[in-house]
Design a protein around this ligand. Structure first.
Ligand SMILES: C[S@@+](CC[C@H](N)C(=O)[O-])C[C@H]1O[C@@H](n2cnc3c(N)ncnc32)[C@H](O)[C@@H]1O
Length: 282
């Protein structure tokens, strides 16, 4: 006698005909069903916060969130690179000349961008920060040759963050040297622009000073509109032609590189100035 017949002889008298049929239907419905797959494991530790740059900044103890409020803006302007393979260079690794200190932001970037190569440059040797996907270089951002030598070793630059000396002449030199080498569509950020207003930090109290970092960055906004200038002899600069947007925040500026050539309607709008009527061109 089979097991099924034994079960039937014992169970059926107890549950009755209807109950027995109901049990058969349940058996048919569940027959051949695969056991439910185990629920995916919830990430723990740093992996659990790897989509949230503010939490990562706090975890790794960089002042990009807390003292400053930069992480929220980076989250917005770098989100599109989250799962991309690309190169990020940050100038200023942290810790100054204190032994064994620094690297907080490089670790934050590494965990936010799981496929990116993270490079850091500092005037101090920070090689103790080196690990898988993090490479550091010693270099002085006030020296174009030093910047170019490091760029040569890295190759393609997709994101550049200037969090180094925060001295206006250094910020300006670094921007002039590295921005032309940034890839099309790349992002360039300048942190701690407050120092631009501090003479003690090689800045100036003069808001219109052309020599400060904010002086340079503010001029870029006019460059966005160079096609509207009425001076026909105006020669657009490299920055005019290759900056698509400039975003100003408290102490942080984020610049998007890209071809800036949308054209202008100034010849239609300023007919008298440009003498574009058929009679005047005869
Ligand atoms: C504010 S800390 C960087 C903090 C780090 N980016 C973070 O968010 O965790 C500034 C770093 O810039 C470095 N620095 C200062 N002058 C520099 C220069 N001329 N060139 C390159 N690095 C410089 C300092 O040694 C210091 O470690």
């Amino acid at each position: 006698m089979s097991i099924q017949s034994v079960v039937k002889r014992i169970v059926k008298p107890v549950v009755g005909e209807r109950g027995w049929q109901a049990l058969r239907r349940i058996k048919q419905r569940t027959a051949g069903r695969r056991p439910a797959p185990p629920a995916p494991k919830k990430p723990t530790g740093v992996a659990a916060i790897s989509d949230d740059l503010c939490k990562l900044a706090t975890h790794f103890k960089t002042d990009k969130w807390g003292t400053h409020k930069y992480a929220q803006h980076y989250q917005r302007y770098l989100q599109h690179l989250k799962d991309e393979e690309f190169n990020l260079l940050e100038i200023g690794i942290g810790g100054y000349n204190r032994a064994g200190q620094g690297g907080a932001s490089l670790r934050m970037w590494k965990h936010f961008f799981p496929r990116a190569q993270i490079f850091g440059m500092d005037i101090q040797d920070k090689s103790f920060v080196d690990e898988d996907r993090i490479t550091t270089f010693v270099g002085d951002q006030s020296d174009p040759e030093s910047l170019l030598a490091i760029q040569e070793k890295i190759g393609r630059l997709d994101v550049i963050i200037d969090d180094g000396s925060h001295r206006s002449p250094h910020v300006v030199t670094t921007f002039h040297t590295l921005f032309p080498l940034l890839t099309d569509g790349g992002i360039y950020a300048v942190e701690d622009t407050q120092s631009s207003y501090w003479p003690e930090w090689m800045g100036s109290e003069d808001l219109d000073s052309p020599d400060t970092s904010m002086g340079l960055l503010k001029r870029l906004t006019d460059g966005l509109n160079y096609e509207e200038f009425v001076d026909d002899d105006y020669e657009p600069t490299y920055f005019d032609r290759n900056i698509r947007s400039v975003h100003f925040f408290h102490n942080l500026v984020i610049i998007e590189k890209g071809v800036n050539a949308e054209g202008s309607n100034k010849r239609q709008a300023l007919k008298a100035r440009y003498n574009t009527s058929p009679a005047s061109t005869a």
